[in-house]
Design a protein around this ligand. Sequence first.
Ligand code: NDP
Length: 285
Amino acid sequence: MHEHYAVFGHPIGHSLSPHIHSLFAQQTGQTSMNYTAQDVNADQFKLAADAFFSAGGKGLNCTVPLKQLAFDVCDQASERAQPCGAVNTLAMRSDGVLFGDNTDGIGLIRDLTQNLGVALKDAKILLLGAGGASRGILGPLLEQQPSELTIANRTIDKGIELASAFARNGPVTACSFSDLSDKIFDLIINATTASLGNEIPPLPNGILTDGGYAYDLAYAAEATAFVRWGLQQGATVSADGLGMLVEQAAEAFLIWRDIRPESGPVIERLEKRRKNSATSSVKNA
Ligand code: NDP
């Protein structure tokens, strides 16, 4: 009998999660699981989640715009999910408790440190954006003991509120984009949704140290505007969030199946597919 998993979100059409989890399932011999994508908006979420678990569903990933709602429906949230007030992974445990976790932060940290070789301890980090994703990754970033973490956000009050919510966790402050010009950072992380409109936040030149790193949480078939900006600023590595996506999925898979899949080969495969489709779209043009 199949054990059913799914990702809920809106929009969901281009989600890579079903492909990623089917590669993990093949790799680990977990042939009894299947994983689908379901378009569910915020108004439909509660009913859809109830129906899914009543029908015996084992686990859900929740993406935009459902992570806070998913936090509200779970019976027990992990320690790392509590300060985020948002979960991206729900697991129905055998005792009937619906467990919620947020694997975005650990996914980002693994991609940065293990896949890309970024040293976070004592680093000066700039985090762009103060939305749901920033809230999810801020605690795990501060755990890595950077020397400073600056949040820059368009709506300054949201940045200040986020910095003060995490002030106990480490050296975090907030400012506006226009306050950045006299500062310099080892790592700049873009957690705004500007990339989705092929834009970047208004950033001054010269704020990335020589040999620094740029990282965009968003990912796309081609380099995002922020990834291109990072390269123009001389970043050693300017990466998008594909690796984070795979790493957060690997952590969800571990929660559900109690086995950690190898993320490296899956990232390589998705990168290859992306390169091939970029080449074929050039050819077709
Ligand atoms: P939210 O909608 O919660 O937050 C959006 C943030 O972007 C806010 O800080 C907002 O500022 C800012 N913003 C929006 N447009 C602009 C703009 N034009 N210029 C400057 N700032 C802007 O989104 P999330 O936090 O949920 O998601 C952020 C990104 O992270 C998305 O691209 C998402 O796909 C990606 N993500 C990737 C993951 C992965 O696994 N790779 C996992 C999770 C998220 P303001 O407060 O002023 O409105």
